[in-house]
Design a protein around this ligand. Sequence first.
Ligand SMILES: *Cc1c(COP(=O)(O)O)cnc(C)c1O
Length: 397
Amino acid sequence: MPGFERFGDLEREELKDVLDNGVLMRYGFEGMRNGHWKAKTLEMELKNTLESNYVQLVSNGTSAVSVALASAGVGAGDEVIMPTFTFVASFEAILMLGAIPVLVDIDDTLGLDAKAVEDAITSKTKVVMAVQMCGSMANMNALQAVCSKHNLLLIEDACQAIGGRYNSKPLGSIGDLGCFSFDFVKTITCGEGGAVITNNKDYYINADGFSDHGHDHFGNDRGAESHPFLGYNFRISELHAAVGLAQIKRLPEFLAVQKKSYTVLRDAISKIPEVTFRTVPDGGEESYAFLNFFLPNLDSARKTIDNFKENGIDACWHYYDNNWHYVRKWDHLKEAKSLFPISQEIKDALNILSDKTFTQSDHYIGRNISCLIKLSWTTEEVKARAFKMVQSIKASI
Ligand SMILES: *Cc1c(COP(=O)(O)O)cnc(C)c1O
């Protein structure tokens, strides 16, 4: 990750098809498009890759999460359980529908802790949203058991984990609905793009209409289509889909490169006795997009990241001190700083966050370092990096 590092001739060729006829929209204009349906074709490819019956492409990963929730009928006043460690998109997508984000502790998988999830369930809970952070996964068996026991939907945000697997299934395809992002820095990029996947036909039909103004997409006269329900515009363009179409064919190549570099780095730092690694649940295989490891305490993690910076080790993060991925720094959420009035119910729910502590999450995120595995590194660069990482970590403990 990210796929943009390998942008090349295949991507240019797919784009050229679109530029040659000028149909930049995914629907209609059959006469002009010379047989090119990039979004539709990418949906077919993703169905195969993600082993799911239905795929709906959308404009980005954040809208994918909103579309997934809306398609399953989740909205005003419904509580959605989400982890304290995720990208800000998780709560944005929930709040956009008037639903209530309920933040819950993670465990050593860096994903939702099933026990903490169960404790957070109320009569308003509708969904458990597992976010498969940094190429790996939460304990999905445990989360599935909680969801079936309490009759809740399980939604998977696999935006950072395409190519990872769990119990022989692609990540994203385990829950009732799965979400993907193809933004510029993800493993597969469209520039901007996203997808919702499901095996439930009704959810798919809902996602198809909801992401395009409620259009039913019957027939081939767009103007004559009816609107069985309200929708919005979360469409992807043909230009974006064309880039994704080239990239998805290269996923096996990207995953192999990631695994190779990941393994070299992991082998090197695993020789340091104080270092431990995030737990990958039984039956799981990472996408190897990131290498995540724990230092003994907050102090040594902070020192490690400082030493990394000094030694030129880029693309590693200590999320505890980071504004985007951990609850500690989400003041705009805790203070409900909205441009427009939001419901009292949501304000009350967010207010709880202002002085809530997440000791268990702090215990993991405070000690965790996440390193991106780039696709552009040479073998020599990976070796040199491994050496410098080991030096930097040893000097921090
Ligand atoms: C990137 C990301 C998103 C949002 O995707 P965009 O395409 O950037 O909107 C959502 N969730 C997670 C976990 C992500 O990493």
